[in-house]
Design a protein around this ligand. Structure first.
Ligand SMILES: [Zn+2]
Length: 295
């Protein structure tokens, strides 16, 4: 064999050794870049429920979470990263969706997790809608569209920091006069779903902040009456409607249990009560879940 050919063979072998060594050296580094685990809670969520996706790694900030193709932000929560995905109230029972977590690595887009979620069948209350003609007129108030815009703009904020801690509390204690998801029907047609929980209480009872946060909205609106919306961070908001008076204003920080107003019957309301809503990224979810489960 000519000398030059032997020399060439040696060079090829040397190059192969160098490549193998480089891969061996880089692999612990590559492993570090991979999020360690993805845990999904709520694979059998009900409409109005929450799917929680936790990515456990300090590099997970670069991961992206999708549900049925829509992207949800992963926010820092303790040492982990978490996405809260709302299940819309009118989601078809027994329909299924897919949670996917993707990650951009040096070698392109990688799927870290892809798993099914099945939406269960809720036993929502059904009632025939009855509202006095005087109250129905409020729906035609010219200030209604502006109020809707203002509220949805407030709910679209996504602050990085989680403000809430532990379980949420009820804004007042009392009988639940209308649960979340109650279907309002007329001539067998669903007109609307109740997008919060109504709690009956006597007029003037103190309404408490359901958890820590910053007051995003405090004002009077034709349908909601005296209303406050609290920003709890990371796209989570609470709202209390129909109060007789407000005890806070926009921009103030509140702690769980702080007085934010008084029970009343302002706006579309048939008697003194608090309508309490919870929202994730603007989508209403069942407030009762937040009093039983730590998100
Ligand atoms: Zn209500």
């Amino acid at each position: 064999m000519p000398n030059s050919r032997r020399h060439f063979k040696f060079e090829v072998r040397l190059a192969a050794y160098i490549v193998a060594l480089a891969i061996a050296a880089a692999s612990p580094l590559l492993a570090l870049l991979e999020p360690a685990s993805v845990v999904v809670c709520g694979q059998a969520a009900l409409p109005g429920g929450v799917i929680k996706v936790v990515v456990d790694s300090r590099h997970a900030a670069k991961a992206r979470c999708y549900f049925n193709g829509r992207r949800y932000r992963l926010f820092a929560a303790g040492g982990e990263y978490r996405a809260l995905i709302p299940v819309e109230v009118d989601t078809k029972p027994w329909s299924s969706g897919t949670v996917t977590v993707r990650y951009k690595s040096l070698f392109g887009d990688k799927v870290l997790y892809s798993g099914p979620v099945r939406v269960g069948e809720p036993d929502f209350d059904v009632i025939k809608l009855k509202i006095s003609r005087r109250k129905t007129k409020l729906y035609r108030d010219p200030a209604v569209p502006d109020a809707r815009k203002l509220i949805s703009r407030a709910l679209s904020k996504r602050d990085q920091e989680q403000q809430w801690r532990g379980l949420f509390i009820m804004p007042v204690s009392g009988r639940i006069s209308a649960p979340f998801g109650q279907r309002r029907v007329r001539r067998n047609k669903t007109l609307s779903y109740h997008l919060g929980m109504d709690i009956a209480a006597s007029s003037g009872t103190i309404v408490a902040a359901v958890n820590d946060g910053v007051v995003a909205v405090a004002g009077y609106f034709p349908l909601q009456g005296n209303a406050i919306i609290i920003n709890h961070g990371q796209g989570v908001f609470s709202a209390c409607y129909h109060m007789s008076a407000l005890a806070t204003r926009e921009g103030l920080s509140v702690k769980k249990g702080d007085a934010v107003g008084k029970v009343g019957s302002t706006g579309i309301s048939t008697g003194p009560h608090v309508h309490w809503s919870m929202f994730i990224h603007g989508v209403p979810v069942n407030p009762a879940d937040w009093t039983r489960m730590v998100y």
